[in-house]
Design a protein around this ligand. Structure first.
Ligand code: MIC
Ligand code: SF4
Length: 643
């Protein structure tokens, strides 16, 4: 039996376990990336592990999220990351160089290699045939120290692309179609591979848009083959020697196959407030809009922005629209500046932002009250834009630019002849904004610079014999990590200060939660299906840890968040019978008797609701390793004891 693309990479990097679906496997990690919003914590954790130099082939620290410096905090974090990177062997991509995923794809990614990143959109690297996976900061810290990265061996899904996109239909419309078919939980426990004749019609930046937003499926990752198109892209980046061919075997077996005829797709949008709430632009109709934002790691490549510039050229943004554009990288920005496309964009009235995540993470450009905002981004969770009642629609750059000019939802196919932007033969690459680390022999002379807002990792304790605590919060289905630990310009500067950031935990759902949890001392959270979808931020586990959360009991978990809970030493429990969700209310007194022994000896777990006397069977799927992590009180303690 042959192998799929992902299975081939897994096989080459397998350190432990067997490649059987559902089994835990340990992978050797070749490259890591961090960004600043998760990076400070990841490097604090790396320091705590105590390995002097990174053991990966390449580790890069990017500054792209917390770039709005309204106080000293973000700048202090940037300085900390720069100094810690220099000391421990990590490349540092300076603020202004671009969004981590865009830059990593352009400059560092390699087909066939493994990459983990402390950001859920790390699968962007799948656009060039990397096995690129989003992870918690602590997992990245462990991998930098040479440790394996563990995942559950996923199922393989093949998305079979045939035909060719019609003019003005975009790669974004392909991933929106996949989301429409699979939903935000359809990818959990799966790797999505793209194949079929249609693949040959897609450039690397288009493939990267698709693998990037595959994160919204809940998938472990998404991947394209590495072919001649990949080679051309890497050659144009001056990195042809980094290219290698990679494809699935003809007799590879997939657990699921989805067929998409590219020629049948039309421009679409993900409507508020979920990336899988997909409708065609035609169905939405010519509704008035207030804002358009173009950028983010999904759609801010050179090709994307050149198409946008061509649409805007010689026209003016509609009176009722504010158009903001953030190029994905310095390379893209520079090329647009040199070839005049930037002038076309400026002339049309766009507000140009620095190359960074910006509005995607709520760092500025929040829309007006009830404002309808069309964004080329990948997430439209409620409140994420910074405006509680903002109505965010996720669209392609072509739909965004066309709508910015008319002031209403506009199908770009009404624009007439398509613009044909070829991939440049040579990108304007230059790594002058990437600082190499100090030589190992000089590392002792590098001082790590810490600001006053940088606080240590919260205290942990081994799993207690029994847990006897109240339920401090009950929430519904599809809770995102943006609900658990909101971002935005006000809260992001607290990413390196867990006590302070905890005061914002779950406030989107219940503003009194942090005070209540602290008052209770220890408690349990109850949730519905797909709990913790979205971002990889381990703060969504560390803040609950700080607030005394001992266990989270839900119908089902999203992958990265579940791993982050285990890493933080919080018990991730699922109901054996989903209907039992209804038999717990907030404030109920709950008990997990003999929980330590039950976890240790793999015995049945019973949650007793002392308020109504109900005995609720729960499950906690753990491998031998994750069981020991939970018993030890989290991955940091476990790693300290085992290395
Ligand atoms: C996001 O898109 O939500 C983020 C901000 O990039 C996060 C990481 C974070 O919260 O720092 C992600 O996707 O992992
Ligand atoms: Fe940045 Fe947005 Fe991409 Fe997250 S999704 S890495 S916030 S651009």
């Amino acid at each position: 039996m042959g192998y799929t693309i992902a299975q081939k990479i897994i096989k080459n990097h397998l350190l432990s376990g067997e490649m059987t679906v559902g089994q835990e496997i340990g992978l050797k990690i070749d490259q890591t990336l961090t960004q600043d919003a998760t990076g400070t914590m990841a490097y604090i954790e790396f320091e705590a592990i105590g390995v002097p130099r990174v053991k990966t082939e390449k580790s890069v620290a990017y500054i792209d999220h917390n770039t709005l410096q309204t106080g000293f905090e973000n700048a202090d974090d940037h300085r900390f990351i720069q100094s810690v990177a220099k000391k421990h062997g990590i490349y540092f991509s300076r603020p202004g160089n671009g969004i981590c995923h865009q830059v990593h794809l352009e400059r560092f990614g390699k087909p066939g290699k493994t990459l983990i990143g402390s950001d859920s959109h790390t699968p962007t690297g799948g656009g060039i045939g990397m096995l690129a996976i989003g992870a918690g900061g602590l997992d990245v810290a462990v991998a930098m120290g040479g440790g394996a990265y563990y995942i559950t061996m996923p199922k393989m899904v093949k998305v079979n692309l045939s035909g060719k996109l019609q003019p003005w239909v975009s790669a974004k419309d392909i991933i929106l179609e996949v989301l429409r078919i699979m939903s935000v939980k359809g990818g959990v426990g799966k790797i999505v591979e793209y194949g079929g004749e249609g693949v040959k019609t897609l450039t690397v930046p288009e493939r990267a848009t698709i693998t990037n937003m595959g994160a919204e499926l809940g998938a472990t990752t998404s991947i394209f083959p590495s072919d001649e198109i990949t080679r051309e892209f890497m050659k144009a980046q001056g990195r042809e020697e980094d290219w290698s061919e990679l494809s699935s075997d003809s007799d590879a077996v997939y657990d699921e196959v989805i067929d998409i005829d590219l020629s049948k797709l039309v421009p679409m949008a993900a409507c508020p407030h979920s990336p899988d709430n997909v409708k065609t632009i035609e169905e939405i109709g010519p509704q008035k809009i207030d804002q358009v934002c173009i950028g983010s790691c999904t759609n801010s490549s050179y090709l994307d922005l050149m198409r946008v510039a061509a649409i805007l050229k010689g026209k003016t943004v509609a009176d009722n629209v504010s158009l903001a554009i953030a190029p994905g990288s310095k390379q893209v920005y520079n090329m647009l500046a040199k070839n005049g496309a930037l002038a076309d964009i400026i002339e049309a009235g766009a507000r140009i932002l620095e190359c960074a995540c910006g509005p995607c993470i709520g760092m500025g450009q929040s829309p007006n009250s009830k404002g309808i905002s069309l964004r080329t981004f990948n997430r439209n969770f409620e409140g994420r834009s910074g405006t509680r009642d903002g109505q965010i629609y996720l669209v392609s750059p072509e739909t965004a630019a066309a709508s910015a000019l008319t002031g209403v939802f506009t199908d770009p196919r009404t624009l007439g002849d398509a613009v044909d932007i070829p991939l440049p033969e040579k990108f304007d690459y230059n790594d002058n904004m990437v600082i190499a680390p100090a030589d190992e022999k000089d590392m002792d002379s590098v001082e790590v610079l810490r600001g006053p807002n940088i606080k240590p990792y919260p205290t942990t304790s081994p799993l207690s014999d029994s847990i006897d605590v109240p339920c401090s919060l009950k929430v519904g289905d599809n809770i995102t990590t943006d609900h658990i630990m909101p971002a935005g310009a006000k809260i992001l500067p607290l990413r390196s200060n867990i006590p302070a950031i905890s005061q914002h935990c779950f406030t989107v759902c219940d503003k009194d939660f942090p005070a209540r949890a602290e008052k209770l001392g220890s408690s349990i959270i109850v949730g519905g299906a797909n709990y913790g979808q979205g971002s990889s931020r381990e703060h969504a586990a560390l803040a609950p840890l700080y607030l005394g959360i001992k266990a989270v009991v839900v119908k089902s978990f999203a992958r990265i968040h579940r791993a982050n809970l285990v890493n933080a030493g919080i018990l991730p429990l699922t109901f054996v019978n989903e209907a039992d969700y209804d038999s717990i209310n907030e404030g109920d007194e709950l008990c997990l008797p003999d929980i330590r022994d039950r976890i240790k000896n793999n015995r049945e777990i019973i949650l007793i609701n002392k308020t109504n006397g109900k005995e609720i069977p729960c499950e906690c799927e753990l491998s031998e390793r994750t069981r020991d992590i939970i018993l030890a009180g989290g991955l940091l303690d476990y790693t300290r004891h085992n290395s």
